[in-house]
Design a binder for this molecule. Sequence first.
Ligand SMILES: C[S@@+](CC[C@H](N)C(=O)[O-])C[C@H]1O[C@@H](n2cnc3c(N)ncnc32)[C@H](O)[C@@H]1O
Length: 337
Amino acid sequence: MPPTVAEILREHAEHEAERTSPLMQGLLLGAAEDWDAGGISSVVLEPYADDPPGSALPLRFAAALHRLVLTGQAPELAAHYPTVGGTDAPDLAWAPARRVLEQETARVRELTGLPCQTNEVGRTVPLLVGLAEVVRRTGGPVRLLEIGASAGLGLLFDRFRFGEAWGPRDSPCRLPAPGFVTDIPDLRITERAGCDLAPLDPADAEARLRLSSSIWGDQVDRFRRLRGALEVAASLHVPVERAGAAEWLARQLAVHPEGQAAVTVVWHSIVRAYVDADEWQQVEELTARPDVWRLSYEPDPGANPRGVPLRLHRPGTDPAGDVLAYGTGHGPPLSAP
Ligand SMILES: C[S@@+](CC[C@H](N)C(=O)[O-])C[C@H]1O[C@@H](n2cnc3c(N)ncnc32)[C@H](O)[C@@H]1O
């Protein structure tokens, strides 16, 4: 029997949100109970009852509510959202959320239909560790290619400030330092480009709202980082082409930019689970070339208690790679392997 909507919401509340977001936990558990009782949640979420498990229904539902908060359409609920300065207890957000569902039933239902689209710039913290290691071994400079780049914000990493360790001091995007890595060499990027099946343009107000809504309403650090990265993106445009990873990589790697002695690095974070096995096989084959380094920030199959590994795949066939660090789904904090 496939899980019910209530079971999907509870599963997410208990396994994803429990330690990291009292707001999400309260909303999802409240909605699950309400679904079981045949309340307004069942009217809002009923069209999605048969959605496939990978379609992130709890995240889409939470993003729909957060969007109404961010656009000023749910002031009573907003009081529980630290991302808009709310100071009421985040874990008590369900009662006002239920009233929003009652008043804005069709709107929340429609917004819950939007796909979940994130671009987590915190993942540049582990990726920076990997890129620094490539430069330490090769001397750089780097031609940086990202597959599954979303809005391309990760490709702006050298405009972000990482604690007191690295990056421009006046950057509006402030991230924690990688921690255990003390020496980060100068990284010079000669070219940066990305692809995504569904790219978002950071210059587009709707795209910015989609990205902002997808962050949980009590994760203020993540929200500020995103805002900072969007500010950086306003002054530096990085092309993200609408294309599948393998097809785009094949085209990119067939070209050798003239007059540049750059090291090609392909990086990706939290993309693999979305790409079908044949296409991923092609990605691995394409990047197993003698002139390509690959940095992978992807969860291992099954739960790894150490977290998400950052793997450095040296040029040539190196499918396992070296683990350089472990992090969380959103990047920091990192730990040494
Ligand atoms: C969870 S998001 C991660 C985005 C970004 N890498 C980050 O860490 O913030 C996964 C991204 O992979 C993209 N994607 C899924 N399948 C893809 C494919 N076959 N080729 C390229 N991008 C793909 C999705 O559109 C989405 O933007």
